[in-house]
Ligand binder design. Sequence first.
Ligand SMILES: Nc1ncnc2c1ncn2[C@@H]1O[C@H](COP(=O)(O)OP(=O)(O)OP(=O)(O)O)[C@@H](O)[C@H]1O
Ligand SMILES: Cc1ncc(CO)c(N)n1
Length: 270
Amino acid sequence: MKKALSIATSDSGAGAGIQADLKAFLRCGVYGTTALVATTAQNTVGVKDIFAFPPEVAVRQIEAVAEDIGADAVKTGMLFNAGIISAVAETVARLDLPNLVVDPVMVAESGAKLLEDDAVESYRRELFPVARVITPNANEAFALLGAEPDEERIEEVAIELHSLGPENVVVTGGHTDSGADLLYDGRKFTRIEGPVHAGGNAHGSGCTHSSALASFLALGLPVEEAARRAREVAAEAVQYGLGEVGAGPGPVHALGRVLEEAGIYQEVSG
Ligand SMILES: Nc1ncnc2c1ncn2[C@@H]1O[C@H](COP(=O)(O)OP(=O)(O)OP(=O)(O)O)[C@@H](O)[C@H]1O
Ligand SMILES: Cc1ncc(CO)c(N)n1
C-alpha cells in the first residue's frame, strides 16, 4: 500500500484538519500517517482556541514516520506560525521526502485566522521552493502576494506564485463563480472543471482536496491527472456533506459515496 503523511493541525470537530486528511487518504486507497503541529478547539460554528506545539514536536513525528513507515507523498495543512513552517521545510528537505503538496491554510471557513501574519514570508521563502504542488484557494492566492482579490487576475497570480519555486500551482475555485480549479505547471494553464454542489456543507473541502492530490501523487499519477481526480474527490465530499452535524456549515463526507455504494450509508449517516 502506498503511504501519505499529513503534517497539519487537529480540528476537534473533525470536519477539517488532520482528521479530514485521514478520511481523504482512506477514500483514495493510501495508508495515511500524521505529524500534528498544533490543535484547535473548533466546531462547525467557529475556532475557539489554537494551541501550537514547539516546532520540535513536528520534526520528531516526521522523523519517526520516515524512518519506519516512509512516505510516497506528503501534504501540509494548517502550520500556524513561522517556526513550524521553517522546521517542516527543513525536515522534509533533509529526509528527501517526495511529492510535497503544500496547502497554505490561512483562514477557516468560519472566518477565523489560522496563520500568523509574519508566517506568510516563511511559506514564500522556505516551503514553496520545495513543493511539488501548492494549493491555495483563490483568496489565499492573492493574500500570499499581498494583493486584493480580483478574479480577472487569477492567471497572473498563479504565475507569480510559481516564480516562488513550487513545480506546480493549483488555485482551488470552491469560492468562485465557476467552481473550477486552475493548474499552472510553469508552461501552461489547465482549467479543472466539474460539478458544483450547493448546500454549503463544505467545511474541510480544501483539506480533502490537498490530501486527495497527495494520495494520487503517491499512487504515481501525473500532476494533471492527480489534480483532476482530487477535484472529483473533494466535490463528491461536498455533495455528501453532513448538514446534520453541528449548527454551522457541515463537514464534508469523503466516504459518503463509497459507503452508499456499499449499502451502509444510512446506518452511518442517517
Ligand atoms: N460547492 C462545491 N462543489 C463542488 N466542488 C467544490 C465545492 N466547494 C469546493 N469544491 C472543491 O473542493 C476543493 C477545495 O476547494 P476550496 O476552494 O473550497 O478550498 P478551501 O477554501 O481551501 O477549503 P476550506 O473551506 O476547507 O478551507 C476544490 O477542488 C474545489 O473545486
Ligand atoms: C485544523 C484546521 N485545518 C484547516 C482548516 C481549514 O479549513 C481548519 N478549519 N482547521
